[in-house]
Ligand binder design. Structure first.
Ligand SMILES: N[C@@H](CCC(=O)N[C@@H](CS)C(=O)NCC(=O)O)C(=O)O
Length: 255
């Protein structure tokens, strides 16, 4: 597990480097949605990654509904709502909006929730798309295909403090994704240059919230209300998720 986890983190770091810093910093949105945005996506999807980078950038929280290939839980919902199984798919109950297409979603998020124009690098979306595909190569398809679970979806969504480019959070999101565990993404990007990490105004609101909850800022940080569990450390979180919600080959819950 340890050497595999080290390789996992190393390839995740490579992906972060290939994305050239996207999905790290938060320049908060002009307005926070009243109801959580809902994103149907999967971790290994390069188009979905671009949308998740903008969630970090705008400091937007969201309910993530993982839709890995072969997934049985939320793919059908996307088909029902939008008419096709294509990802990313965004639902915003605040404006009664739902849409496919990463470029349209990014434009929508900026025009609805940012008090500013979308930056130049989101205007060259085809280049971003290509770079995102390249960034995903070292991940060898992780976070793309559903794996057997021990039971149906948990009663309450899990909660993850994460930002898109965090190399330790990505492998955790991979596991949440392949086990089709819905979760509330608490965007915890790094405060933009010059802002204080503990000041919620210019940086991420959720850094202050995490500091208050955990006594430190440690990302990724998982909260599972179903088992009253809170934990940091990517290796521990992954082990916990696989033991609690995954299945071994012979159909047993992992011990
Ligand atoms: N032009 C679309 C492309 C989306 C797309 O091709 N998504 C792939 C996943 S990376 C997909 O939905 N594949 C169908 C599937 O996974 O079943 C966008 O930018 O959002």
């Amino acid at each position: 597990m340890d050497i595999l986890h080290t390789l996992n983190i190393a390839s995740s770091m490579t992906a972060t480097v290939f994305r050239g810093g996207a999905g790290i910093a938060t320049h908060p949105a002009g307005a926070q949605p009243e109801m959580l945005l809902e994103l149907y996506d999967f971790e290994g999807c390069p188009h979905c990654r671009l949308v998740r980078e903008v969630l970090t950038e705008l400091d937007l929280d969201a309910r993530i509904y993982p839709c890995p290939k072969g997934g049985k839980l939320f793919r059908a919902k996307v088909l029902e709502l939008g008419g096709k199984t294509q990802f990313p798919f965004l639902v915003d109950a605040n404006t009664r909006t739902q849409m496919y297409e990463a470029a349209d979603i990014i434009r929508y998020l900026y025009s609805t929730y940012a008090a500013r124009q979308r930056p130049w690098y989101w205007r060259i979306i085809e280049i971003q798309r290509l770079l995102s595909i390249i960034a995903g190569l070292p991940r060898l398809g992780s976070g793309s295909r559903a794996r057997p679970r021990s039971a149906g979806p948990p009663a309450h969504p899990l909660e993850l403090y994460s930002f898109e480019a965090n190399p330790f959070a990505r492998p955790v999101r991979d596991v949440l994704c392949v086990l089709e565990l819905p979760y509330i993404l608490r965007s915890t990007g790094c405060p933009a240059w010059g802002a204080s990490a503990t000041d919620p105004a210019p940086g991420s609101r959720n850094r202050a919230r995490l500091q208050a909850r955990a006594g430190e800022i440690s990302i990724p940080y998982l909260i599972d209300p179903n088992t009253s569990t809170q934990m940091k450390e990517s290796a521990d979180i992954i082990r916990y998720l696989l033991r609690t919600y995954g299945q071994t080959e012979n159909g047993q819950t992992k011990k």
